[in-house]
Ligand binder design. Structure first.
Ligand code: 3PG
Ligand code: MG
Length: 402
């Protein structure tokens, strides 16, 4: 029995169904210099829910945010930019409504036939969204009979379209919401030790709480990516021109102290791949972590560090991964991420490791390494995955619990 009402509990035929999805997908230039969606994982994950509602004869009204426009209409953050990609992924026609509330939305919904799919414009173009404003939520609800929440990856935000709507309309969990929850509970609810956590990505500041909590729960914390530089700098190393949050040195030291007390091993880079510019195939050198030149930038973990990480992962039974180890988007600075991903995938395939990864960049990195399918589970969630790992209640999930 699911703790939510799900699509199993409702007949949506002929109903106007507002479906909150996460279409906050990464964009980048393709080889012709055109800005395109660079990873469609989040789109693929919501197709089951969309198909199921549409096949039943429900009118699928998709609601989503895109970027952080902070209540303003920002053309670069219009969902119009991604609707054609979404239609391709879903393999069904999708129309677009230029506002998620008001006469525009009403007209777009009125024009729908049973089974049709409509995507409404970015909810965050309205200030009421992030404030979980009651009137904004009511304006969204005005065009619908039922609410389906399928954006687990946005469920850490108590916004009108993730929480407010569920208090106004009859609310159900979509298939992605359901499966993300189930997979995380079964993979990580009671993990087998040793547990390794690999946390990378650019900033420590966005993951401070996570790191503090993780050292209490895991046996080894592997720190990579830009955030490792903050730790290196805190330990007194010159990190040159590398990405680094110098003002967080104190916090970094506190995390290291806490890990000692908790008996959690910490892995930081011993050697680094350093270049003078952040560009594909830039000239690079490998230096010890304490010998980074003052005009150099750390762009990846070095070979000794990779070896050390691989050893830890080989000893572990569970791996939780969020954030790449280096600037994996550009070669050759993807090496640590790719090598470690391959080992984790191989250990998983051999039945020796439960591997769970989450986060937009992480999913893109594992796709890039070609091993995403070999992980035990890949969550489409970034922030929500981290907050779930921290043991926090996710408001967008809590509001759905029966
Ligand atoms: C994400 O991309 O992590 C989610 O869509 C939430 O986006 P946000 O961090 O801008 O709230
Ligand atoms: Mg985010």
């Amino acid at each position: 029995m699911s703790k939510f009402n799900t699509l199993d509990d409702v007949n949506l035929s002929g109903k106007r169904v507002l479906v909150r999805v996460d279409l906050n997908v990464p964009m980048g230039e393709n080889s012709e210099g055109v800005i395109v969606v660079t990873d469609t994982t989040r789109m693929k994950r919501i197709t089951n829910t969309i198909d199921e509602i549409s096949d039943q004869g429900g009118k699928v009204i998709l609601l989503a945010h895109f970027g952080r426009p902070k209540g303003e209409v920002v053309p670069e953050m219009s969902l119009a930019r991604i609707v054609s990609t979404l239609a391709k992924v879903v393999a069904k026609p999708i129309t677009f409504g230029t506002n998620c509330i008001g006469p525009m939305a009403e007209a777009a919904v009125s024009a729908m036939n049973n089974g049709d799919i409509l995507l409404l414009e970015n909810t965050r173009f309205h200030a009421g969204e992030e404030k979980n404003d009651e009137y904004f939520a009511k304006a969204l609800a005005a065009n619908a009979d039922v609410f389906v929440s399928d954006a687990f990856s946005t469920s850490h935000r108590a916004h009108a379209s993730t929480v407010g709507l569920a208090t106004i309309l009859p609310a159900y969990a979509g298939r992605t919401m359901q499966s993300e929850q189930e997979a995380l509970e079964s993979g990580l609810g009671q993990p087998q030790h040793p547990v390794a956590a690999l946390v990378g990505g650019a900033k420590v500041s966005s993951k401070l709480e996570l790191l503090k909590n993780l050292v209490e729960k895991v046996d080894v914390l592997i720190i990579g990516g830009g955030m490792a530089n903050t730790f290196l700098a805190a330990q007194g190393h010159d990190v040159g021109k590398s990405l680094c949050e110098h003002d967080l040195a104190g916090t970094a030291m506190e995390i290291l102290e806490a890990s000692k007390k908790a008996g959690c091993a910490i892995v930081l880079p011993d050697d680094c791949v350093v270049a003078k510019e952040f560009a594909a195939n830039a000239h690079f050198e490998i230096t010890k972590a304490e010998e980074v030149p003052s005009d150099g930038m750390i762009l990846d973990a070095g070979p000794e560090t990779i070896e050390k990480i691989v050893k830890w992962i080989s000893k572990s039974r569970t791996l939780v991964w969020n954030g790449p180890l280096g600037a994996f988007e550009i070669a050759p600075f993807d090496r640590a991420t790719v090598e470690v991903a391959k080992i984790a995938a191989a250990q998983t395939k051999a039945g020796k490791l439960v591997s769970v990864a989450g986060g937009g960049d992480t999913v893109a990195a594992l796709n890039h390494a070609g091993v995403a399918d070999d992980f035990t589970y890949i969550s489409t969630a970034g922030g929500a995955f981290l907050e779930w790992m921290e043991g926090k209640e996710l408001p967008g999930v809590a509001v759905l619990v029966k």
